[in-house]
Design a binder for this molecule. Structure first.
Ligand SMILES: *[C@@H]1O[C@H](CO)[C@@H](O)[C@H](O)[C@H]1NC(C)=O
Length: 541
């Protein structure tokens, strides 16, 4: 045995013992950035492997200064008329460094979505940001000494939203345009680029509103039949956004209100096979009245409802999570399993309104029978309360940012403003699974709808049968919902051996924009539940 191989085995053994004694539950935590300078309330991963962190502007000083000589002059800012602090920043995943970004108008409780060219569209917010549209076109960070040419926010001057939108949800559509849905006192939808119709009334949002709102940040999923599944409070509809009509009313989901401020979460499960079926899961939420009466210790609900949204006669199938949870984030992994992470076990969304952090993530395995789907994972140590986020990274980890349940930055109160950024690594990244991990050696950078293409991977241990090739969108995560989150499993051939440890996989790109809207996707090869590092692939017509 060679020295390096022996050293490697010893190191692996020590690591294994360390993990054994320190973490009996699956998954591991890592502190990525000890002080990001801002608390990210909205987070999105770009196709240049950076992460856009976005807070709000009217909170006074953050802990990160803008570059020298750059300040925001705003006579209407309630706290700082001249503000030289960053309220948005860019995390470079290759170096874990943070670069301040310049955001001018208030993005508090705004919405967002990536456009087909990889530009992030940010819409609405509070005060001067209420009708604002902004763009961030990602660049490659590794161009030193060119600070002036580095990418930053651009605030559109020529167009704005038809209605102010605070707590709206965005979803990219099959043609690459964006629908912007709802918001406080805005029961309507509109589009970017703007359509002639302007804002179109959407009475469903009014009908489900109760005396503590519960219709904000609706859960929106683009179904593969081209319609939208829209859930607010405890009700859902299938919505035709072209004719602005309700195609179907779903049954009520029992267990209390789920959407903002009642703090549940939702994800659409992976689309696969002939893409004719889509299933949506809604998990957790606050007890009705917790927001109305500001009862911080009111126990959260721990139930999940699951519904085949495209089925002929859909019903909610109910199941309990191991923990009751509010403000959990549901992150669809490259495998199709879902991690539910962050949040608390009592109270509701809003400033100073929750208690009892839920430090244990749980894994939801959709293919298991009811009763066997949940697995409790290794707990973190940092409470991630109101205004925290979770995003899948191209290497399969989950990025955890934010938590600021206070109106301003406050490092003294319970659950202080959180500037640490962590990552959670699901068990599939553990060292003992490394020899199952595929590595891409060939993959196109761009694919067209319906196109056949090959992926070539290497794997250390022999592969028999199928290596999945799965495409994950990069969503806009905020307020415990990931706008535009989507996993599409491609139709693939069995892995064909091509020399030692090398396999060719025949793949077919999604048939159309209803299955996968145009844009950049993280493409993962998945072997026996172990994902590769993703490569970004541009899906276009
Ligand atoms: C959720 O709420 C419903 C209705 O109040 C209740 O019947 C159910 O037991 C709750 N489930 C959990 C797990 O909290």
């Amino acid at each position: 045995m060679s020295t390096t191989s022996r050293d490697w085995k010893l190191l692996t053994f020590i690591l294994f013992m360390f993990i054994r004694t320190h973490a009996d539950l699956p998954g591991s935590w890592e502190l990525l950035v000890p002080d990001a300078g801002i608390a990210s309330m909205h987070t999105a991963v770009t196709h240049t492997n950076t992460v856009i962190l976005l807070d709000r502007t009217n909170i006074g000083p953050s802990r990160k200064l803008l570059p020298p000589h750059r300040c925001r002059h705003d006579p209407n800012d309630p706290v700082l008329k001249v503000d030289c602090y960053a309220h948005s920043a860019l995390l470079d995943l290759t170096t874990n460094s943070i670069r301040p970004l310049m955001i001018l108008t208030d993005t508090w409780c705004s919405s967002g979505q990536f456009l087909p060219d990889g530009t992030l569209l940010s819409t609405g917010g509070d005060l001067d940001g209420f009708t604002k549209i902004r763009k961030f076109t990602p660049c490659t960070e590794s161009t030193p000494n060119s600070a002036s040419s580095l990418c930053d926010w651009q605030e559109l001057e020529d167009i704005q939203l038809s209605q102010g939108r605070w707590y709206a949800t965005n979803q990219i559509l099959p043609d690459g345009s964006i629908i912007i849905i709802g918001g406080r006192a805005s029961p309507s939808v509109e589009f970017y680029p703007p359509r002639k119709t302007g804002a179109v009334n959407f009475p469903f949002l009014n009908e489900v509103e109760d005396n503590q709102m519960d219709n904000l940040y609706p859960y929106v999923h683009l179904l593969p039949n081209g319609h939208l599944f829209i859930f607010a409070n405890n009700k859902a509809v299938m919505y035709d956004y072209n004719s602005h009509s309700i195609v179907k009313n779903y049954p009520v989901l029992e267990g209390g209100p789920r959407s903002y401020p009642s703090a549940g979460s939702s994800a659409m499960l992976a689309l696969a096979g002939d893409y004719s079926s889509a299933t949506v899961v809604v998990c957790g939420g606050a007890k009705y009245g917790a927001y109305l009466h500001r009862t911080t210790d009111s126990p959260a609900n721990g139930s999940c409802g699951r519904i085949e949204a495209t089925g002929p006669d859909p019903v909610w199938e109910m199941e309990d999570m191991p923990f009751a949870r509010i403000m959990g984030d549901m992150v669809v992994l490259p495998t199709g399993d879902v991690v539910i992470i962050n949040g608390a076990q009592a109270g509701t969304q809003g400033f100073e309104l929750a208690s009892n952090p839920c430090l244990n993530p749980v894994l939801y395995r959709p293919d298991q029978p009811v009763g066997l789907r949940f697995m409790t994972l290794n707990p973190g140590v940092v409470p991630r309360m109101y205004h925290s986020t979770a995003n899948l990274l191209p290497d399969g980890r989950i990025l955890i940012a934010g938590s600021n349940p206070h109106y301003f930055y406050n490092f003294k109160r319970a659950f202080p403003t959180e500037l640490r950024i962590e990552s959670f690594s699901p068990e599939y990244l553990s060292a003992d699974k490394a020899n199952l991990r595929p590595v891409f050696v060939e993959l196109p950078e761009k694919v067209a709808y319906g196109a056949a293409f090959d992926a070539v991977v290497t794997v250390e241990l022999p592969v028999v049968g199928v290596v999945e090739v799965n495409m994950a969108s990069a969503p806009f995560a905020t307020h415990s919902f990931s706008q535009g989150q989507r996993l599409v499993k491609l139709s693939v051939t069995s892995a064909i051996p091509e020399g030692p440890g090398r396999y060719r996989i025949g793949c077919v790109a999604p048939p159309d924009g209803r299955v996968a809207p145009p844009g950049y996707y993280m493409v993962f090869a998945v072997n026996q539940g172990v994902p590769s590092i993703a490569q970004w692939v541009h899906l276009a017509s």
